[in-house]
Design a protein around this ligand. Structure first.
Ligand code: MG
Length: 271
């Protein structure tokens, strides 16, 4: 099931997106969205008698994390190398940081280039949406706390990441966490482990072409590690790291991240 959040100009609603995706992760032109009562993470699936053509609504971020977006850095070996590390310098355990929930935007919303930076990068990532309150989740129980999966862009001011010495500002600007286009609830941990292609396109040109089978720390290990430190709440989001190929985006360009089975998340960049 694909759960989106959308507006037709009025109050945002959640809805179920029908139809199949094409080979580029784009929905069927006739796809529809069936509106739901309330937030399905808390209220379950309660369809309203209200259906729209998907093409007629504006999609919003499919989740607004109430407490936090947790992110994992250096979780693909080829990205560690491109950032200046050696393969012998892979992190011994998941490297965790936070992005504020105020950095979240939805599909089509502009990533705003901050005046403090001259080098803003895309990082395409698989994102986990947490479904229940949890702490100290054992690896073998990870599936129980996952509500679904979406696509994230861990936008990063690379110059500030270096000059600040830590990452809060560089990864925390407003608009630096595009999420969407919806939450897929039917993907399994086995499918993620077997491998989903993760690609980032800038102005239609492929820049990142990775695969979730190459995650250094797999999703159950990430959930166990994060929840050993902090309580996770329903709607919290965990970004799993980016493969090689990160690079700069310029105002006026468009960035698209596509992940197999999930679809594609597209955002313009503006000054
Ligand atoms: Mg990242």
């Amino acid at each position: 099931m694909r759960i989106a959040r959308f507006t037709t100009g009025d109050e945002p609603l959640f809805g179920i997106v029908t139809g199949d995706l094409d080979e580029y992760g784009q929905p069927d032109p006739d796809a529809q969205i069936v509106a739901l009562a309330g937030d399905p993470i808390y209220a379950g699936i309660n369809p309203l008698d209200q259906t729209h053509r998907l093409a007629d609504v504006r999609l919003l971020a499919p989740v607004i994390p109430r407490s936090k977006v947790v992110a994992i850095g250096k979780n693909y070996a080829d990205h560690v190398v491109e950032m200046g590390g050696a393969t012998g310098e892979l992190p011994p355990e998941p490297l965790m940081f936070l992005k504020p929930n105020t950095s979240v935007i939805g599909p089509g919303d502009p990533i705003v280039y901050p005046r403090q930076s001259e080098n803003v990068h895309f990082e395409g990532e698989l994102a986990i949406v947490i479904g229940r309150i949890c702490k100290d989740v054992p690896v073998e129980r990870a599936a129980d706390v996952i509500y679904g999966w979406t696509i994230a862009n861990d936008v990063t001011a690379r110059d500030l990441q270096k000059s600040d010495g830590q990452w809060s500002r560089a990864k925390g600007f407003d608009t630096f966490c595009p999420l969407g286009p919806w939450i897929e609830t039917e993907l399994t941990l086995d499918e993620v482990k077997a491998g989903l292609r993760v690609q980032t396109f800038l102005e239609g040109e492929v820049k990142q072409d990775g695969n979730t089978r190459d995650l250094i720390f797999d999703v159950p290990t990430i959930i166990a590690h994060v929840s050993a430190a902090m309580t996770l709440l329903p709607g919290d989001v965990i970004l799993t790291g980016t493969p090689a190929g990160v690079g700069p985006m310029e105002p006026g360009q468009e960035v698209e991240i596509s992940i197999e089975r999930l679809g594609a998340l597209t955002n313009p960049v503006k000054k």
